[in-house]
Design a binder for this molecule. Structure first.
Ligand code: NI
Length: 135
């Protein structure tokens, strides 16, 4: 049975502040720049979720699209959209960088049972992050 990847794009808008308690105030300022400002700032994120599976001969689909949308909505979009990522339990001990947001999305979708291949997060016009799990 041939396996195909389905890649679907979703969007959410969130606030965050980049600050690490493991770094000195000077290092936080140097590394994160304006992103370390105490009041935070926002992004319109786009996330591309790739899932894989055998093509079902009855449906022609490799994934149950309504189920995928429902899972992404429930686990990612509803908690993240128009929210402060730093205030979420997922980021209580993680700096909400693009790297960590991509990893958290991967972990949550995997925990929900989705056959995730990769998570690609677009944070700004020029910044993208991709996570494919630990290999
Ligand atoms: Ni930012």
């Amino acid at each position: 049975m041939p396996s195909v990847a389905l890649i679907r794009r979703y969007a959410f808008s969130s606030a965050h502040r980049l600050h690490s308690d493991a770094l000195s105030p000077e290092e936080n300022a140097r590394l994160y720049g304006k992103c370390n400002n105490p009041n935070g700032h926002g992004h319109n994120y786009a996330v591309e979720v790739a899932v894989t599976g055998p093509v079902d001969p009855r449906t022609g689909f490799c994934a149950d699209l309504p189920a995928l949308d429902a899972t992404v909505r429930r686990t990612i979009l509803e908690p993240f959209d128009h929210n402060d990522l730093n205030a979420l339990p997922e980021f209580a001990r993680l700096v909400p960088t693009g790297e960590n947001i991509a990893r958290v999305i991967w972990d949550k979708l995997r925990a929900a049972g989705l056959p995730v291949l990769s998570v690609r997060l677009q944070e700004t016009r020029d910044n993208f992050f991709e996570y494919r799990g630990d290999r």
